[in-house]
Design a protein around this ligand. Structure first.
Ligand code: HEC
Ligand code: HEC
Ligand code: HEC
Ligand code: HEC
Ligand code: HEC
Length: 189
């Protein structure tokens, strides 16, 4: 009696439980994939700022606002004072610019929603990539044509390594490029 119960559990119940666990893990894994990859993530922002207008039509250099790209790990997002260099005058009667001026006058930071993010346990650095001639486009797509920024590429470990192994193929315009590191410690320090 005891033996046949154990037998039943091992032969029938256990495989069923195992199947359910694996199936639900697999479904969750793939269903949440785009969310974890972040591709297409386009949150509403506190002010309707358009890259297409500023970086595209007006051709303001990316580095005018993202001052960290050549010298540090983070690209950084500009403070309201950078915007006010122009918007003390330009379009100052428009609702979005009145909002902007209020942030500036109150000294409160604009809480832009972060779009691109690698997890804290992974190390990424803008300056090493940008200073080797890798264009913003290679990783962020055609930002100068976006009214609202969306993430275009995956920043999974596989995606980083895909370029590190074939940097030439991925960034043909930069002829001096060496491949990127593949050792774990480079990105997990
Ligand atoms: C006039 C200032 C300005 C210029 C010029 C500018 N940006 Fe931005 N950028 C911002 C602001 C403000 C944000 C945050 C709001 C947003 O996401 O739209 C931002 C956000 C971004 C983000 C998303 C950041 C995140 O949260 O992940 C990327 C990528 C980016 N910019 C790339 C570029 C590139 C590439 C260029 C040049 C083609 C450029 N920017 C030019 C002001 C600017
Ligand atoms: C180099 C000058 C310059 C800088 C810097 C700049 N802007 Fe502008 N911005 C303009 C001009 C000029 C226009 C109007 C363009 C047009 O409509 O043809 C404009 C338009 C806008 C508009 C649309 C206003 C409307 O409703 O017509 C918003 C919103 C805006 N800017 C926000 C920002 C924010 C936020 C920043 C800082 C991250 C910023 N701008 C930095 C020059 C600038
Ligand atoms: C090799 C790929 C790569 C290149 C080239 C690149 N970025 Fe990024 N960018 C990333 C990654 C990855 C993140 C997320 C970083 C993190 O979470 O620390 C990011 C984040 C950002 C952010 C969010 C805020 C921050 O400070 O990190 C901005 C803004 C940005 N990039 C702008 C730019 C601009 C402008 C350029 C070109 C001058 C550029 N990036 C070139 C991969 C790249
Ligand atoms: C478009 C190609 C490309 C992508 C995408 C890319 N890298 Fe790189 N990366 C490079 C190249 C090329 C180098 C080597 C530059 C050199 O030393 O010549 C490099 C170098 C590095 C280094 C070494 C920096 C140092 O201090 O020496 C780190 C760390 C790194 N990348 C992390 C990342 C991470 C994390 C990601 C993904 C989020 C990523 N990279 C995505 C091309 C890329
Ligand atoms: C070029 C940069 C880079 C290198 C080299 C690299 N990783 Fe990663 N790794 C990442 C990034 C970025 C993430 C976070 C994104 C993700 O989970 O895919 C990550 C995530 C991970 C995770 C968590 C996976 C998960 O699903 O959360 C583990 C474990 C890991 N790496 C181990 C390693 C090991 C072991 C090596 C060496 C064989 C290595 N990594 C080399 C960039 C790198």
């Amino acid at each position: 009696m005891k033996n046949s119960l154990l037998d039943y559990i091992l032969r029938v119940r256990f495989p069923v439980i195992l199947f359910v666990v694996i199936a639900s893990f697999t479904i969750t894994y793939f269903a949440s994939r785009t969310e974890r990859d972040g591709i297409g993530y386009t949150p509403a922002q506190p002010i309707n700022f358009s890259h297409k207008l500023h970086a595209g039509q007006m051709q303001i250099d990316c580095k005018y606002c993202h001052t960290g790209v050549e010298k540090s790990r983070h690209a950084s997002v500009p403070s309201p004072s950078v915007c006010m260099n122009c918007h003390r005058v330009a379009r100052k009667d428009k609702p979005e610019i009145i909002k902007l001026a209020k942030y500036y006058n109150d000294g409160t930071p604009i809480l832009w929603k972060r779009i691109h993010k690698v997890p804290d346990f992974a190390y990424f650095n803008h300056s090493v990539h940008v200073n080797k001639g890798i264009d913003c486009k290679s990783c962020h797509g055609n930002v100068d044509q976006m009214d609202k920024i969306a993430q275009m590429n995956s920043f999974s470990m596989g995606a980083c390594l895909d370029c590190h192994r074939n940097a030439h193929a991925k960034v043909p315009e930069s002829t001096m490029l060496k491949n990127g590191p593949e050792n774990c410690y480079a990105c997990h320090r």
